[in-house]
Design a protein around this ligand. Structure first.
Ligand code: ATP
Length: 507
């Protein structure tokens, strides 16, 4: 079986070949960590956005959507802490000249120790069968305990040195753990330095007073600064949420893993404003809601897990990540954070404007607490794509590449295919297409054999193909082929939209 790295490479080249994702500025040799979405990619991306928006805004009477500008007053980033603290610790290997995030090097080292523990547990599970008690094993097996102690000691030391901003100790830790550069294999490291991830630019013409502004590194602050506008104009009562989808920009140090870590990307964020003291209840609520959203796509539960943060940001009192099993392992897909009143209070202080809510039930005013759900649109795209990509051997010995994209997200829902491009079939197919295109994204194709056209639709994840043949001209029926099972049924033309609508699982 192909290993995960090979599969990942295949997914990347498939995404390009079938019009999902192109490297940005490709004819000029591309730009690191910037990508363009092609004709099928943009459909999938729009469908993910719509699916999220529907579940967050349309289905919650107390969540309103906004679309705030990318440019914002520079003081916003001072208040939010991004000017002073939106840094990553970077380190270079002097031999390979490659740059790394120091925290990622340490995390990867910890992950290797974790792997050893997992292997130990799997081995024991296989040996003891039904009688295996995992919790007991983890708390008594000496090798597991020793490795866990190693992990805890590394994490403790690392968090402590970061907190004290003792970057020399971070370097020392990397050296002591014997971490080598994956490229050069050496331990010849530079000092660790902090690097701010925000892109900056100027507003105003050069001759006038120029003002340094930032490209927003997250969409959340656009929500916070509009908190009162939405609350007042929408007469919102706490608890209520504000949702937004939009671009964010981060000058990532290490840009790799395709669209997992980009310098320009999109976030889908929701800030939920609650009474102080009730935040942990709502944190649990949103944790459950969000994992249910992921599972509603039909992707198995085993592909997801929660990773609770051990080290909390100074303003947070609870935080977890929903991690997804990408081809390169379990990594963050979405963050759920209990951010207390940190952001609203900071904006209140820096702007001099009150950002409070009068709670009629309590008869008092307060700065609300906030639960945030923040999911990367591009990472969701990659999660869906990498889950969907399958190379199948068929019963007749042939092979096909199919994208089992959840039908509700598929770029094209129905392909309309005349069996042959003559004898009135194309005309009939166009007639059908003109009707059903009002209900679904459809694609008409008449070139090549029907088998090849089915394969092309499988490769972009089209859940249904409608074929128009001689019988169609006689009795107004068509065949409908289902992507995953490849089963074909004969149905009447009037029923196409109804049947496909029913089969495309919606929220
Ligand atoms: P990471 O630790 O992977 O850098 P983060 O913890 O900095 O991520 P958040 O600030 O919590 O990420 O952002 C929320 C979400 O935005 C993430 O869960 C992720 O899905 C997405 N995201 C963050 N950075 C990027 C990026 N560079 N490219 C694509 N998506 C991103």
């Amino acid at each position: 079986m192909a290993n995960n790295e090979e599969v990942f490479k295949k997914i990347i080249s498939h995404a390009k070949e079938y019009g999902f994702i192109f490297p940005s500025s490709e004819i000029y040799d591309g730009m690191a960590a910037v990508y363009d979405y092609g004709q099928n990619g943009v459909e999938l991306k729009n469908n993910i956005k719509a699916y999220w928006w529907k579940s967050m805004v349309q289905y919650h009477e107390n969540i309103a959507g906004i679309d705030s500008a990318i440019f914002m007053h520079p003081t916003i980033w001072k208040a939010s802490g991004h000017v002073d603290a939106f840094n990553d610790p970077l380190i270079d290997n002097k031999d390979s000249k490659k740059r790394y995030r120091a925290d990622v090097l340490i995390e990867d080292h910890v992950a290797k120790i974790q792997d050893k523990i997992n292997k130990e547990v799997d081995k024991a599970a296989a040996r003891f069968g039904d009688a295996f008690n995992e919790q007991e094993f983890r708390s008594t097996n000496q090798r597991v305990l020793d490795n866990q102690a190693k992990i805890d000691a590394i994490n403790k030391r690392f968090y402590k040195s970061l907190e004290k901003e003792d970057l020399a100790d971070v370097k020392l830790l990397i050296e002591e753990l014997g971490i080598v550069c994956p490229i050069s294999g050496t331990r010849n490291w530079t000092d660790v330095r902090q690097f701010n991830l925000m892109f900056s630019t100027q507003m105003g013409s050069v001759s006038e007073d120029t003002n340094q502004i930032f490209l927003r590194p997250e969409t959340a602050q656009g929500i916070f600064v509009n908190f009162l506008n939405v609350q007042k104009s929408g007469r919102m009562k706490i608890p209520f949420g504000i949702a937004q989808i939009g671009k964010a920009f981060r000058n990532e140090i290490v840009a790799r893993q395709f669209i997992f870590r980009m310098r320009e990307f999109e976030q889908m964020e929701m800030q939920y404003f609650v009474r102080p003291g009730e935040e942990l209840k709502w944190f649990e609520y949103w944790k459950q809601e969000r994992i249910n959203w992921h599972l509603s796509l039909g992707i198995p539960q085993s592909k997801y897990h929660f990773h609770d943060h051990e080290k909390l940001a100074h303003y947070a009192n609870a935080a977890t990540d929903i991690e997804f099993e990408f081809p390169f392992g379990f990594k963050e897909l979405e963050g759920i954070h209990s951010r207390t009143d940190f952001d609203l209070s900071a904006h209140q202080k820096h702007s001099g404007k009150k950002l409070q809510y009068f709670d009629p039930e309590l008869n008092e005013s307060y700065v609300p607490y906030v639960i945030e759900t923040s999911i990367g649109l591009d990472r969701t795209f990659l999660a869906v794509l990498s889950y969907a990509f399958k190379e199948e051997k068929l019963e007749d010995g042939s092979e096909r590449v199919v994208l089992n994209i959840p039908p509700v997200l598929a770029p094209v829902k129905i392909a309309v295919l005349p069996l042959v491009a003559k004898d009135g079939m194309p005309e009939k197919a166009r007639e059908i297409m003109d009707v059903i295109k009002h209900d679904f994204m459809c694609r008409y194709e008449e070139k090549d054999s029907i088998g090849r056209r089915y394969r092309r639709q499988d490769a972009i994840g089209t859940p249904y193909c409608i074929t128009i043949d001689t019988q169609t001209l006689e009795d107004n029926t068509v065949t409908i082929r289902e992507r995953d099972t490849m089963k074909q049924d004969r149905i009447s033309i009037e029923k196409i939209s109804e049947i496909v609508g029913k089969r495309i699982k919606n929220l």
